[in-house]
Structures are given as structure tokens and as C-alpha cells.
Design a protein around this ligand. Structure first.
Ligand SMILES: Nc1ncnc2c1ncn2[C@@H]1O[C@H](COP(=O)(O)OP(=O)(O)OP(=O)(O)O)[C@@H](O)[C@H]1O
Ligand SMILES: [Mg+2]
Length: 244
């Protein structure tokens, strides 16, 4: 008998039984989720479902009450956010959170704080190739840029951290339809380079077009998980979870 080599690769990110909240209020009630290497996964759910809390807890910004965060062979449960960033689990947070009184280049440089200084200018060049509009404004104060430009900067700053998995929390918020189109094609472009993406979005239809799989969060837990085709293909699921 010949033994076939295993072709299943381990997930890049595995979240198990993650619980957390604010004060005594529990928001995450035991979340299980995984992202495979190179996968784009949509994290959907209504306002207040707990998506941003999940991102912040798994990235070490808020402490987990219980559960595990396993990333790329390391146990990041309870890790400081600096170690999470070093491991390559990078979040572009909701609301961008760029530094308004620093220039474009200074904001980008801050994104690479855990990476070797020698690679900084090479990485800035790569970001400028992806976003020529940022190059044109390299000395401009970030706070004076348009909403779309600020979103590009936030993503560019995330890329400066050399992510293995990029979490994008509502990247299309406040962008015009044309810029939303551009953003989704950028996500496809990044994904084509082998980068894994966890995409939190209210633009459900467009997200499912670029995502391989999706999770739907409700009231601090995962209510559905499956392929994008499964979600879109079932009238019942679409109506129950997506309002489509
Ligand atoms: N810093 C905080 N302090 C107290 N409660 C918070 C805090 N941040 C979020 N919450 C509460 O936790 C719950 C989940 O919020 P969260 O921001 O994770 O939802 P979300 O799914 O990201 O929603 P949205 O789609 O509106 O961004 C909400 O009830 C919210 O009011
Ligand atoms: Mg949110």
C-alpha cells in the first residue's frame, strides 16, 4: 500500500472559542474561524455584531477572555499587539486611524516599525507603485487628503508591515462607487500575490465576489460559514443573513 502525502495545508489563522468584551459586557461569545494561506475570507454581519471587536481581540488590542489565536504555527493567544504585528497578522482598522498631522511618508514609515529599517524604502516604493496617488502626495499632511486617499494610505501603511494576513475592516466606508470598484480590484490584486485577506464589509455582494468563503456574525457568534457560492446560491441564506 502506498501512502499518499497529505496535500491539506494547515490554516494560516485559527481562532478557537474566542471570547471577549468591554468591562463586564461580553461581546464575543466563543468565536471559531479560520483562514487558509492565500485565501480571501469575508466577515459579514450587521452593525454591532462584534466584527471589529473580533479583529481587535485577535490582534491583541483588547485582551481575550478565553480562547485561542493560532497564527502561522505560533500561539498568539494573549500576545501583545507588537508581537501580533511581528508575526504578520496586520489589521487596517475601521475608520483608518491614520496620523493626520504626519505626512504620507511618515505615516507609511510608522507602518514598518517592527520591520528591518533597510527594507523600509524598498517597501515604500512598492506601496507607491500600488498607489501612485500617494507618491504624488508624499509630503502632504495625511489629514488634508480626501477620504479615498486616506483609505489608500491606511492600506499602504498596513502593507508596510509585510503582512501574511491582512485584515481590512470596512475599507469601502465613505468611498464613492468608483473608488469602491477600485478598492475591490486592489483586494483581488493583493490576493493574487498570495496574501491572505480577511475582509469585513457592508458591501456584501461585492465582497462575496472576491471572497472564497464567508462567515456571518450575529450577536457575537458565527451564525453561518461556507463558501461564497453557497451563500449566494441559497435564497434562504441570502434573505436570512444578507438581506439580498
Ligand atoms: N470600546 C467599547 N466599549 C464598550 N462597548 C463597545 C466598545 N466597542 C464596541 N462596543 C460594543 O460592542 C458591540 C460590538 O461592536 P463592534 O464594533 O465589534 O461591532 P461591528 O460588528 O464591528 O459593527 P459595525 O458593523 O457597526 O462596525 C456593540 O454593541 C458595541 O456597542
Ligand atoms: Mg465594525
Amino acid at each position: 500500500m502506498t501512502i499518499q502525502p497529505s496535500v491539506t495545508s494547515a490554516p494560516l489563522l485559527t481562532i478557537e472559542g474566542l471570547r471577549g468584551g468591554y468591562g463586564r459586557v461580553e461581546v464575543l461569545r466563543g468565536v471559531d474561524l479560520h483562514v487558509n494561506p492565500g485565501e480571501t475570507v469575508a466577515l459579514l454581519g450587521s452593525n454591532g455584531a462584534g466584527k471589529s471587536t473580533l479583529n481587535n481581540v485577535m490582534c491583541g488590542i483588547y485582551r481575550a477572555w478565553a480562547g485561542k489565536v493560532l497564527f502561522d504555527g505560533s500561539d498568539l493567544s494573549g500576545a501583545h499587539y507588537t508581537d501580533v504585528v511581528k508575526a504578520g497578522l496586520i489589521q487596517v482598522p475601521e475608520g483608518r486611524k491614520i496620523f493626520p498631522n504626519l505626512s504620507v511618508t511618515e505615516n507609511l514609515a510608522l507602518g514598518s516599525f517592527v520591520r528591518a529599517r533597510e527594507r523600509r524604502s524598498e517597501n515604500i516604493d512598492k506601496v507607491f507603485t500600488t498607489f501612485p496617488r500617494l507618491k504624488e502626495r508624499e509630503g502632504q499632511l495625511a489629514g488634508t487628503m480626501s477620504g479615498g486617499e486616506q483609505q489608500m494610505l491606511a492600506i499602504g501603511r498596513g502593507l508596510m508591515a509585510e503582512p501574511r494576513l491582512l485584515i481590512l475592516d470596512e475599507p469601502s466606508l465613505g468611498l464613492s462607487p468608483l473608488l469602491v470598484e477600485e478598492l475591490f480590484s486592489l483586494i483581488e490584486q493583493l490576493s493574487a500575490t498570495g496574501l491572505a485577506v480577511l475582509l469585513v464589509e457592508q458591501n456584501v455582494g461585492q465582497s462575496l465576489e472576491v471572497a472564497d468563503r464567508a462567515y456571518v456574525m450575529e450577536n457575537g457568534g458565527i451564525r453561518f460559514s461556507g463558501t461564497s457560492d453557497e451563500l449566494l446560491g441559497s435564497d434562504e441564506l441570502r434573505q436570512a443573513y444578507l438581506g439580498l
